[in-house]
Design a protein around this ligand. Sequence first.
Ligand code: ATR
Length: 269
Amino acid sequence: MKFAVIGSPISHSLSPLMHNANFKSLKLNHEYEAINIPVEQFDHIKDIIKDKEIDGFNITIPHKERIIPYLDEIDEQSKTVGAVNTVLIKDNKWIGFNTDGIGYVTGLRQVYPDIANAYILILGAGGASKGIANELAKFVKPKLTVANRTMSRFDSWQLNVNPISLKTAEEHLDEFDIIINTTPAGMAGNEECIIDLTNLSSETLVSDIVYIPYKTPILTKAELLGNPIYNGLDMFVYQGAESFKIWTGHNADVQEMKHTVLTQLRGEC
Ligand code: ATR
């Protein structure tokens, strides 16, 4: 079978390396490639996928919303989030899924087993935040709190959360067991720490969905304070594993996938 990731730019994507490592480990004769489709050529996507005989694909920045009009069906999670990262082609039908939220939460449950009782603060209220909040709300008992710079972002939220400002979040930081940064503040080239951590309690797990850099400014600061930290590498691995399951029905070798990505990241440092 043939799979791909579609984005623009896409040459730095670690998805081909990660998925091909999984295929090799499972002794599957599948292939996974990166396809660059610039925005102005996106209307050719159906022909490109057909010509290359692709069976399923991931879709990434900047096309996660742009793909939606091309789909025949879309799952509940993608509808809620308003974005798709996985497309299954079945009987010539294109079906959209979003595995980012479940990818993050699958990993988080392993590092924080009592997640059902955790008081959780999510920073940011965009697509990534919505996907994670939607997954967490399925089993976390305390109501989720979401902090954002722009309060009007919450107008499009259907999920019942406590919406607060970043300033209020800073003042009440000590009330949370887990803090998850879903904003791009702190990504490579951006040194900004999204909130002041003065009120952080010592046990709180501080997390970021970014993994390049491996430690974003919020994680570096939290670690210096002695707090446990958790980055977005597992989210990347598990979203890929979930996509693989959607395409093939099989469980991926997540250990091999993670090991391969980590080795590559270490080599690049
Ligand atoms: P994604 O799909 O990755 O979540 P998005 O939907 O564009 O991307 O959402 C980005 C989120 O990061 C938003 O919550 C945005 O805040 P605003 O709604 O106020 O724009 C937040 N964000 C981005 N850059 C930020 C920054 N420098 N400081 C604080 N929040 C930021």
